[in-house]
Ligand binder design. Structure first.
Ligand SMILES: Nc1ncnc2c1ncn2[C@@H]1O[C@H](COP(=O)(O)OP(=O)(O)OP(=O)(O)O)[C@@H](O)[C@H]1O
Ligand SMILES: [Mg+2]
Length: 234
């Protein structure tokens, strides 16, 4: 599905990612974990085409993305739910969802996904005409994920979906990630909640100062002493 090879990216010439390689097979849940400021979000933004590459290459379903601008990557099935959600707080729940569908011409699919969102998260259906900014943090995250689904992704990238979400809703968010995969959507997940992320991921990558320093199955990484000491406080 996705092949990322030795990518580098910087902000005003200061490197943020120095050497990141990863691959994702169709139907997998893959997690990128690591502490603050190590380049997790930059990696997702580079894949989405929002940050330029200084080196390396990214291909999606065998197609090199170098010449594909960010808005066209969405049409190719690559969708990012950004850190902090970036909803339009004064627009309604439904307006936010419909904005996710800007690249989709298939009205039937749009309607089906809208209905799926309302069925899965009844609160979104109940509040469809309410301003998005009035939802709780967890509800806003659900809305952001559903907005991502409205873009009909093949690969959905989620940046810190548990951020700002009350503990009792965090479980719901991670369950939803599973449910989304059952819809046939491949998932690349970035999380500071290392334990939860590795628990649901088939495979994971540990990123440190802009480099991939470890990779393995979610289970192996969870049991790895270095990972446990550095990220799980064990
Ligand atoms: N807009 C920006 N301008 C300048 N530097 C930035 C910008 N965004 C990120 N950086 C820097 O790039 C590096 C990687 O940041 P990035 O946001 O990718 O890390 P992260 O792993 O997602 O961190 P967090 O867990 O805090 O979200 C950091 O040193 C950060 O300070
Ligand atoms: Mg980040």
């Amino acid at each position: 599905m996705l092949d990322v090879r030795n990518i580098q990216s910087s902000y005003r010439r200061v490197p943020a990612i120095r050497d990141v390689s990863l691959n994702i097979k169709k139907g997998e849940i893959v997690a990128i974990v690591g502490g603050n400021g190590n380049g997790k979000s930059t990696t997702l933004r580079a894949i989405a085409g929002l940050n330029a590459l200084d080196g390396g290459a990214i291909s999606l379903k065998g197609r090199d993305l170098a010449s594909v601008p960010a808005h066209d990557r969405v049409k190719h099935g690559l969708v990012l739910v950004p850190e902090g959600r970036r909803l339009f707080p004064r627009l309604t729940v439904e307006q936010n969802l419909m904005l996710g569908a800007f690249a989709t011409s298939d009205a039937h699919k749009r309607q089906e996904t809208l209905q799926y969102s309302y069925d899965t998260f009844t609160v979104l259906g109940e509040r469809r005409r309410q301003q998005a900014g009035t939802l709780s943090g967890g509800e806003q995250q659900m809305l952001a994920m559903c907005r991502g689904l409205m873009s009909q992704p093949d690969l959905l990238m989620l940046d810190e979906p548990s951020w700002g979400v009350a503990p009792k809703l965090v479980t719901r968010i991670f369950e939803t990630i599973h449910t989304i995969r059952e819809r046939g959507i491949t998932i690349l997940l970035v999380e500071q909640n290392v334990h939860r992320a590795l628990e649901i991921a088939d495979r994971g990558y540990v990123i440190q100062t802009g480099r991939v320093v470890m990779e393995g199955s979610g289970k192996d990484l969870l049991g790895n002493d270095e990972v446990r000491q550095a990220y799980l406080g064990m």
